[in-house]
Every structure is written in C-alpha cells, then in structure tokens.
Design a protein. Structure first.
Length: 174
C-alpha cells in the first residue's frame, strides 16, 4: 500500500481530508428473496431492512476497537460519514503525508478489518441466519422481535400478534 492508496473523506467542502475506509455494502443479501423465507415481498423487504440495520449496529460497535488496536499510539475517534454512513472516518491520526511504512501497514490492516467485516455481514448466508434467528420474515415482525414474559421465557412478537388475532382481538398484524 502507498500513501496515494489511502482514501480520504472531508466534512463539507472545506473540512480537513481525513483517512477513511469505504464500507458501503453493495451486494447486501444478494441471492436472497421472499421465496427463500416463504414470505410475502413486503415481509421480505422489512426483514432485510431489519437485518441491515442490525448489521450496521454490529459493525459500528466493533470499529472503534479495531482503530484503537491498530493505532495504539494515538487517541483516535472513528465516525461514519456520507449520505448513507458508507465511510469510516478516522480522526486523530497524523497527516497522511507524514506516514511511514509502519503507519501505512497499520492503516492497511485497519482497512482490511473493516472491509472483511462488511463482506461477512453482507453475505447471503449471514443475512439469512440473522433473519431466521430473529424471525424477521414473519408477518408483524419488529426489529426487536422477542419479548420476555414474567415466567422468564421469550416469545416472538409476530407469534404474540398472531395469537391475539386468533383470539379475536382484531387485525394487529401489519
């Protein structure tokens, strides 16, 4: 990796150019469909939306730790930038022009960690497992799809909604 390979991002037109990693998920859930889960298109779209939101949360919970690990000599702060939060921007590093081979190696490792995680979280197998484990393809699903009852066991929100409808409490399933 060369210094010229390090991508940058700036806030606004005149903000400083900070090192950044493109983490846009271009092929998220590629190969999956409503038929994969035996659900309606509407339920499938909602399930993928929930899975994507969950994957983003998981990613952003990890990225600061990776930056701290890769740049232990600096007080770095990571944040998302761009219209869809598609950039990991790292603040607190010296100017790229001053980086030596060790610093470039650290940046390369950090960028690879970010990109590998995006690739993993975007794979159809990972997305499918998340949707199935959280039962997001069921009608009436919510992002946080489980409710713990007083006796300590959990029930899924769509199952509770379906039971309410079956008991005559009206059309609560969306």
């Amino acid at each position: 990796m060369r210094k010229s390979d390090v991508e940058t991002h700036a806030e606004g037109y005149y903000g400083p150019q900070l090192p950044a990693v493109n983490v846009k998920a271009y092929s998220y859930a590629r190969g999956l469909s409503a038929e994969t889960f035996g659900c309606s298109e509407k339920d499938y779209e909602r399930a993928v939306e929930f899975a994507f939101e969950s994957a983003q949360t998981c990613f952003w919970e990890e990225v600061q730790g990776w930056a701290n690990e890769c740049f232990p000599d600096y007080s770095v702060k990571v944040y998302s930038a761009g219209r869809s939060s598609g950039w990991v921007v790292v603040e607190g590093l010296p100017l790229i022009e001053s980086w030596n081979a060790i610093m470039l190696g650290r940046w390369s490792r950090f960028a690879r960690m970010c990109q590998a995680e995006v690739e993993y979280l975007s794979k159809a197998e990972t997305v499918r497992e998340d949707i199935e484990a959280n039962e997001w393809a069921k009608p009436g699903s919510e992002l946080f799809n489980f409710y713990e009852l007083a006796d300590g066991h959990s029930e899924s929100i769509p199952d509770l909604k379906a039971a309410a409808v079956a008991a005559g409490f009206g059309p609560v399933v969306r």
